[in-house]
Design a protein around this ligand. Structure first.
Ligand code: M6R
Length: 364
């Protein structure tokens, strides 16, 4: 049942305020994360963690990339992240005290499952962040944290991703306690989380504006997505969404890499999308883009509202609500989902069931 929406994907985008809420609200007790929700053995296992290895595919891999910024940046937990299909086929060095975290919407992705099975006897323990109760990854992992997104039907992952990020943030907090994360900081983040559903609602409210913006993409064959820090994986996720459902070639780069090559590609046929919550990155970007605007390059900026940016020749600015830094990657994902959705609708593709793709990749 599409609940009155034209596509499951749109319905699932609109479900994100409730879905993200379901991903955290039962897990908070007295302003802190209740670590028992990870499983009976959780405390004992977390006490022994020395580092983390995250494994996933596709959108779930992008969630893992963001988690790495959080694990290392917020809590000083050494953290590696790799796509499952690479990790499982190369000789790997697994250090003592490694918690293996798999991230998967379906819990059935063949490469992710194989990676876990291969390392079972070399790791401290396994934790899966998963949306499907009783799935193979849940059954075969020592600990699990369900994302509580509810069934996701659209092949393009939307609410599964934002709820994975919530679950990964909770995971960072409980393990972070054993590293450099203070209780004060944990309370601050838990507090910020309470605002998440309404912040997502505010970005969904930009839907009409984003739909209008999508017209600039419908006739294009290529596009670039830029972001910095935790917004770099968000740019990757935005590019993946656009490729997947609109069949427009989209590449994501860390913003700082633009001048190291891809800038040469930019002209009037190559729109550049950037997620830029704060000024630091934008100033540099604008300088880069000035060189490009002479060639008709067009920049679409999802910007923090404090920036007082104005749209100008070749620069289109969409102001985002004010967002606590920790929540930026979650909230900035939403307008990119809407952008790819509207571009796909304009192009008339099969949004919920893009060509050549399956919802769950259970074979190699
Ligand atoms: O079920 P999983 O999260 O393990 O699936 C991983 C990928 O196949 C999946 O995220 C895929 O990239 C999505 N279709 C992206 O929208």
């Amino acid at each position: 049942d599409k609940g009155g929406f034209k596509h499951y994907m749109l319905k699932e985008i609109y479900e994100q305020p409730a879905a993200t809420q379901a991903a955290f609200h039962d897990r908070i007790q007295d302003g802190l994360v209740n670590e028992n929700v990870f499983g009976e053995q959780a405390a004992k296992i977390f006490d022994q963690v020395k580092q983390i290895q995250i494994i996933a595919c596709g959108t779930s891999y992008h969630a893992g990339m963001i988690a790495k910024y959080w694990m290392e940046g917020l809590a000083g937990i050494p953290c590696h992240v790799e796509v499952a299909s690479e990790y499982r086929y190369r000789p790997v060095v697994i250090q003592q005290g490694t918690l293996f975290i798999s991230i998967s919407q379906s819990g059935e992705t063949a490469d992710t499952l194989a990676a876990l099975r291969d390392v079972q006897d070399q790791i401290l323990a396994s934790l899966t962040i998963c949306n499907v109760p009783g799935s193979s990854l849940v059954r075969e992992s020592d600990l699990h944290l369900m994302t509580n997104a509810g069934p996701e039907i659209g092949v393009a992952s939307t609410k599964a991703f934002t709820t994975q990020l919530v679950a990964l943030l909770l995971t960072t907090l409980v393990i972070g306690r054993r590293f450099s994360l203070t209780q004060e900081k944990e309370r601050e983040i838990v507090n910020a989380l309470q605002q998440l559903p309404s912040l997502i609602e505010q970005s969904i409210a930009m839907d009409a504006e984003i739909e209008e913006m999508s017209q600039a993409f419908a006739e294009k064959h290529h596009s670039l997505f830029l972001g910095r820090g935790t917004l770099y994986p968000v740019a990757m996720e935005g590019a993946l969404k656009l490729k997947e459902i609109s069949y427009i070639h989209a590449e994501a780069y860390p913003a700082g890499e633009l001048k190291h090559g891809p800038l040469a590609l930019v002209d009037k046929d190559m729109p550049v999308v950037t997620v830029a919550p704060r000024n630091d990155m934008l100033d540099k970007l604008k300088a880069n883009l000035q060189e490009v605007s002479a060639r008709g390059g067009e920049l679409f900026v999802f910007a923090g509202c404090t920036q007082n940016l104005q749209s100008a020749e070749g620069v289109h600015v969409l102001g985002m609500p004010e967002i606590p830094e920790i929540l930026e990657p979650i909230v900035y994902t939403v307008p990119l989902q809407l952008l790819s959705y509207h571009v796909a609708v304009l192009k008339g593709t099969d949004v919920d069931q893009p060509r050549n793709l399956a919802k769950s990749v259970t074979v190699e």
